[in-house]
Design a protein around this ligand. Structure first.
Ligand SMILES: Nc1ncnc2c1ncn2[C@@H]1O[C@H](COP(=O)(O)OP(=O)(O)OP(=O)(O)O)[C@@H](O)[C@H]1O
Length: 311
């Protein structure tokens, strides 16, 4: 196998248990060279436990895991040398400067002083932190710290970068800057594997993704495939006075393909949202507001699991 079809990471029957509890329940997936592969799911779905096994920091309970055709159980150090790993929480040394954080990490990977300095200069540019190179980390914004963490995880020029919820806790603008950096990284040939519970992030970044729930993979595909397969083209959102959404659901039953009741609104799944709205109107139902939008991964998740992603 070669080129774009080359599989860098493969799991089959991958399982992680903590005592009696099964956090990852026999999952299968494969990541191709150069793609961005995502694990989408709510808190507790087993995404981080999967990433920790892939990152060779948590042993596999059972099943098979191979990175670069190597086994984490016996080849952990060789795999880690070719991986970058960006944890959910920033673990920067706040007492050091921005560039010192990179230098220290580079030395840990065995790069020479000269190599470390050259690589750090490149990475600061990539992370748009050149101007802050000599500043302490502590006062940086959340977005800057996240970019520095990513830069640090790239110091060894990894072939695969693991990102556990890369933009959780960041404001919208900082998220967009980060997405732009990750796009650039992917274009440069780095394979990205990320977890997220944001549908927009998965839609923006991932070529392929799996949806996880209760330790299992419940669906797999590209974001567009997901939407085409598991949701209608459009959704009509209807809002009524609080508390009576269930009553209104009965009134609109049979319109579109499916009606979903959420605490604050009704979702009518229909390929033609405007036609569905006209039918609602014809039945004399009068919502406080109504809106037609395209289906998203959130709708797919709701269809597959009966729950919203972010409760
Ligand atoms: N070290 C541990 N010991 C016991 N249970 C654990 C441990 N680590 C994770 N779990 C449990 O395994 C389940 C999956 O956790 P995991 O962190 O993998 O989920 P997640 O999808 O990454 O969620 P989050 O978005 O909150 O990180 C959770 O119920 C969690 O409480």
């Amino acid at each position: 196998m070669s080129g774009d079809d080359e599989i860098l990471l493969r799991a089959s029957g991958l399982t992680k248990t903590f005592g009696e509890f099964t956090a990852v329940d026999g999952i299968d997936f494969a990541v191709r060279k150069g793609e961005c592969f995502g694990f989408l799911g709510p808190n507790g779905a087993g995404k981080s436990s999967t990433m920790r096994m892939v990152g060779c920091v948590s042993p596999v309970t059972s099943g098979e895991l191979r990175l670069f055709d190597l086994d984490p159980a016996t080849d952990g150090p060789a795999i880690r040398a070719r991986l970058g790993s960006c944890p959910q929480r920033d673990t920067l040394d706040e007492e050091l400067t921005v560039q010192e954080n990179l230098w220290v990490y580079g030395r840990y990977f065995g790069l020479s002083r000269k190599e470390v300095r050259a690589r750090a200069t490149e990475l600061l540019e990539f992370a748009q932190l050149t101007e802050r190179a000599g500043d302490k980390v502590e006062p940086l914004s959340g977005g800057m710290k996240r970019r520095l963490t990513i830069a640090r995880s790239l110091i060894n020029s990894p072939e695969i970068l693991l990102l556990d919820e890369p933009t959780t806790g960041l404001d919208p603008q900082a998220r967009h800057v980060l997405w732009d950096r990750l796009f650039r990284l992917k274009r440069s040939g780095v394979t990205l594997v990320l977890t997220t519970h944001y549908m927009d992030e998965a839609e923006q970044l991932c070529d392929r993704l799996v949806v996880m729930d209760h330790g299992r993979i419940v669906a797999e595909g590209s974001p567009r495939q997901f939407i085409e397969e598991h949701a209608t083209r459009e959704v009509l959102e209807l809002r009524f006075d609080a508390d009576d959404h269930h009553d209104h659901a009965e009134q609109v039953l049979g319109i579109g393909e499916r009606v979903e009741v959420l605490p604050d609104r009704l979702l009518v799944y229909a390929d033609d949202g405007d036609a569905a709205a006209a039918q609602v109107h014809a039945r004399g139902v009068q919502p406080l507001s109504s809106l037609v939008r395209r289906s998203t991964l959130e709708d797919v998740f709701l269809t597959l699991t009966g729950r919203t992603l972010v409760d």
